[in-house]
Write a protein that binds this ligand. Structure first.
Ligand code: VGL
Ligand code: ZN
Length: 325
């Protein structure tokens, strides 16, 4: 069922709208704590603010500032108080409340805490980092296949065989913590515009069913894992989440996102090959799709067609909010 905010945004319930953009909408609270009390709401229905995909989250805070500036000018208030309460309506939103000079809003029942209580709480918060792996996390092992990972492979990525022990160690850690392991494989037909001889850029590699597409023989293949094959229909399959027709440009999902969501997985940790292609695209897609993402920087290697491509890919992922581990 649509939330009351969605119904307001759709115009099914009347409101006094003061601002809107592509991903947010702001309207007056009908029970204002002060005149001008405004709610800035995401168009996307997420029950809680901190569950929003990064792009919606960033857009919401941009809108908060724009609306706050308008409230300052419109009401002549001294400051705008920002409240994220959320227990009222399960649809991500922020309250903006104009406050006159000398005015204040009461916080709920403040009472002094002892230095010991404060120290204990501060320590608890500092240690509350999410563990490296948990049941809501998937370790995605990208394309650790013969043609990329073995020095005799047709698209050998320099240093690839060195990361296999590190990946195996991560797989063991992840399984211990109840995380899901996902293995991806580049899996091309014998002829595809992905290959140089058919008009693309790459030497023939990872042809489905041939030894070149097999996992590196030292890679641990865990029981109960998910497997994703990319490019099976002749597409470019750089991301574990989507493939793209190199001629028509059409993008299709691989089904991995749905598979992860079915398991209530909200974070992916990425290792494997190659940093500047499949690792990069997998990380960008993960963020786009609303997953948290991390890259194991010691367990990836780059093609580096241009010197520095791998480093630039990591920089770009970090800019998009991917954790570098
Ligand atoms: C990849 C180039 C071509 C990869 C796949 O796995 O990164 N790179 N196909
Ligand atoms: Zn490929």
């Amino acid at each position: 069922m649509a939330t009351i905010f969605t119904r307001i945004i759709r115009g099914e319930i009347p409101s006094h709208r003061v601002y809107e953009d592509e991903s947010t909408c702001a309207f007056l609270d009908i029970n204002p704590a002060r005149p001008g009390h405004t709610l800035v709401v995401t168009r996307r229905e997420a029950p809680r603010l901190f569950d929003l995909p990064p792009a919606d989250y960033a857009a919401l805070w941009q809108a908060v500032r724009r609306v706050a500036r308008r409230l300052e000018r419109a009401t002549g208030c001294e400051r705008v108080v920002v409240v994220v309460y959320g227990a009222d309506v399960p649809h991500a939103h922020v309250h903006l409340i104009p406050l006159e000079a000398g005015g204040h809003l009461a916080f709920p029942e403040p009472s002094p805490a002892s230095p010991d209580e404060l120290a204990e709480m501060a320590q608890r918060i500092r240690r509350a980092d999410r563990p490296a792996y948990d049941p809501a996390t998937a370790l995605v092992v990208v394309d650790v296949q013969h043609d990329f990972a073995d020095p005799s492979g047709s698209l050998y990525v320099r240093g690839a065989e060195e990361i296999v022990p590190a990946i195996n160690a991560e797989i063991a850690r992840a399984r211990e913590a109840g995380a899901t392991i996902v293995y991806t494989q580049d899996w091309h037909p014998p002829s595809t515009p992905h290959f140089a001889r058919d008009g693309g850029v790459w030497p023939v590699h990872c042809v489905g069913g041939t030894p070149g597409a097999e996992f590196h023989p030292d890679l641990e293949v865990a029981e109960g894992a998910l497997f994703t094959r990319k490019g099976t229909g002749g597409e470019d399959g750089y991301s574990a989440f989507s493939v793209r027709d190199p001629v028509a440009g059409e993008v299709k999902a691989t089904g991995l996102a749905e598979g992860l969501r079915e398991r209530d997985i909200d974070r992916v940790v990425i290792a494997g090959l190659a940093t500047d292609y499949c690792v990069k695209e997998t990380g960008l897609d993960a963020m786009r799709l609303g997953f948290e993402a991390a890259v194991l920087t010691g367990a990836v290697r780059a093609v580096d067609r241009q010197e520095g491509d791998g480093e630039r890919a990591l920089g770009m992922l970090a800019e998009h909010g991917v954790e570098m581990r």
